[in-house]
Design a protein around this ligand. Structure first.
Ligand code: AP5
Ligand code: MG
Ligand code: ZN
Length: 208
């Protein structure tokens, strides 16, 4: 089965994608994480997209699609795949359609107020783990439970950037809810992390 996680920035896509990946033993591709890796490694692509991520705009569709395709080619997707943060525009969804069959689209619903609280307290690790100072703190402050590295605050967590990301979501990404109306399952993103994971699992069992 191939899954997509949709939802506003900060709604919990990455957190729930990690939980689902572990449970079903399938790989995740997070386009946001891929871009951040390129930026950190100062690759040609990284230099090209750095300013775009800092502003909270979308990287052009073709560039994003090509990066995702290349990444998928290195993965074992025989069990399926989770896409976190791709597609984010109708054009990206159309490119994807020619390349991969999508079975289920999980749409995490959360209000803007909650999103701001979530992004405000988020701490990230380079290994892919995500924490929250209040809602999901690491055992030792500032240190990743999984790999022991120091946690950091993402560059796109400034208030101005978040506002822009929300605007971009409304204009370019929200129309995907209609595009995928046959495959969509809505998830209430408000409860604590394990409860949301539980709701997703239940809904997936019903739909399998
Ligand atoms: P990306 O990294 O995908 O960012 P995003 O969509 O803005 O989403 P976030 O990662 O901020 O939030 P999330 O939904 O994953 O929430 P999280 O699990 O972290 O993209 C970054 C940038 O890359 C884009 O702006 C764009 O420039 C570029 N890009 C990426 N993909 C692209 C594409 N396809 N096309 C073009 N450009 C692209 O959770 C948030 C916080 O809340 C965490 O601290 C977490 O611990 C906490 N939390 C989670 N769930 C709960 C809960 N249930 N209760 C309490 N706290 C919770
Ligand atoms: Mg994320
Ligand atoms: Zn880590």
């Amino acid at each position: 089965m191939n899954y997509i996680f949709l939802g506003m920035p900060g709604s919990g896509k990455g957190t729930q994608a990690e939980a689902l990946a572990e449970k079903f033993n399938i790989p995740i591709i997070s386009t946001g994480n891929c871009f951040r890796k390129h930026i950190k490694n100062e690759t040609e692509l990284g230099l090209q997209v750095k300013d775009i991520l800092e502003k909270g705009d979308l990287v052009p569709d073709e560039i994003t699609f090509e990066m995702m395709k290349k990444e998928i080619e290195t993965m074992d997707i025989s069990n399926g795949l989770i896409l976190d943060g791709y597609p984010r525009s109708i054009k990206q969804a159309e490119l994807l359609k020619e390349f991969l069959k999508i079975d289920i689209v999980l749409n995490i619903e959360l209000s803007e107020d909650q999103v701001l609280l979530r992004i405000g307290g988020r701490r990230t690790c380079k290994c892919g783990e995500t924490y929250h100072i209040k809602f999901n703190p690491p055992q030792k402050e500032g240190i990743c439970d999984k790999c022991g590295k120091e946690l950091y605050i993402r560059d796109d967590s400034k208030e101005e950037t978040i506002k822009n990301r929300l605007q971009v979501y409304k204009e370019q990404t929200a129309p995907l809810i209609d595009f995928y109306k046959e495959q969509i399952i809505n998830i209430d993103g408000n409860p604590p992390i394990p409860e949301v994971t539980e709701e997703i699992s239940k809904k997936l069992e019903i739909n399998n």
